[in-house]
Write a protein that binds this ligand. Structure first.
Ligand SMILES: [Zn+2]
Length: 322
């Protein structure tokens, strides 16, 4: 087996783990601090389990040597093998909890939220069914494990002196990044990725009665928080050597995409789904959930900037230019 482990920064090793998903392999990180720490795991597949075990072995470790396991966010390609590390203490943001521990009330509320959301944005039932099918497919690659503790903004990372937590919600509500001040490096999970723009995925609120988070607006705020970072190590692909430049590029592209949506809207009154079809005439059929998130996120951005407004009529939102 070809072992691709490499030391990307002092005491930080990148391990590349295969996934069955379109995004390709996922990077997980071994950090040799006061405690032997692993950041993320890869998806729940035999292949990922074998590669992760082999790559740990190449560094001289067995899974049971890992003392602390930290999850950057709750997506299955990052949390699928937590049960391989039964001897490790497991940490993540509080919002990883319902995904890891399988809260029934959370998942029921989430299902109700999305069915209402899709209806109110004009999504046909057949497309909603496709999105739900895709979500269950992904969920099968996650695993369930109880958290030992949670991490929030500015927390010191347990077992890793000199590392702190930066909350970076947007791509996922549970997304955190780990920052080492001495050399300005960031383990960014899917918050910053060099070769693809991270989707600010629409999520349900985590508490009853809350509004849905405006994920693209959040994401832009989280990007601004990382302008000082010197080098970022991502969940997918190569390290980001100039994070500030990439952040500015991503933020400019978001404004460009929002302008395209506004141009597509013209003087009509359209639903988010109708705009999604215009923006992604082919891709929406293959990735309806992600393309709808993109469209709705950029509509939120336009609405926030006073460039479009949404009017509800018979339970459905119609967007129009201001
Ligand atoms: Zn992700």
């Amino acid at each position: 087996m070809l072992v691709k482990t490499k030391e990307v920064a002092p005491s930080v090793h990148a391990l590349t783990i295969p996934t069955p998903f379109l995004v390709g392999p996922v990077n997980v990180y071994v950090i040799e601090g006061e405690a032997l720490t692993l950041v993320d795991t890869g998806p729940k597949t035999e292949e990922a389990r074998d590669v992760l075990t082999e790559e740990l072995k190449a560094l001289g470790y067995r899974p049971e040597d890992v003392e602390i396991l930290i999850l950057t966010h709750h997506h299955p390609d990052h949390i699928g093998l937590t049960d391989l590390f039964t001897g490790a203490k497991l940490y993540g943001h509080e919002k990883t909890r319902p995904w890891l521990e399988g809260s029934e009330t959370f998942h029921e509320r989430k299902a109700r939220f999305f069915s209402g959301l899709y209806q109110s944005h004009g999504v046909p039932e057949a497309v909603t069914a496709m999105i739900e099918g895709a979500n269950s497919y992904y969920a099968a690659y996650a695993s369930r494990s109880p958290l030992s503790g949670t991490l929030k903004e500015d927390d010191a990372v347990p077992g890793l002196a000199g590392w702190t937590v930066i909350e970076t919600p947007g791509h996922a509500q549970s997304q955190i990044s780990l920052y080492r001040e001495s050399d300005g490096i960031l383990i960014s999970g899917d918050h910053l990725i060099k070769h693809i723009s991270s989707n600010a995925i629409i999520e349900a609120p985590y508490e009853e009665g809350e509004e849905r988070p405006k994920t693209l607006l959040q994401y832009r705020e989280s990007l601004r928080k990382c302008l000082h970072v010197k080098r970022a190590f991502s969940g997918h692909g190569d390290p980001v050597d100039n994070p500030a430049e990439l952040i500015r590029e991503r933020m400019a592209k978001q404004l460009e995409k929002a302008a395209v949506i506004k141009a597509l809207l013209g003087n009509e009154k359209l639903t988010a789904f109708e705009l999604c079809v215009r923006l992604y005439p082919q891709m929406y059929k293959k990735q309806p959930g992600l393309t709808l998130s993109e469209t709705l996120g950029h509509l939120d951005l336009l609405e926030d900037g006073g460039k479009v407004s949404a009017v509800k009529s018979e339970g459905v939102y119609y967007y129009q230019s201001c």
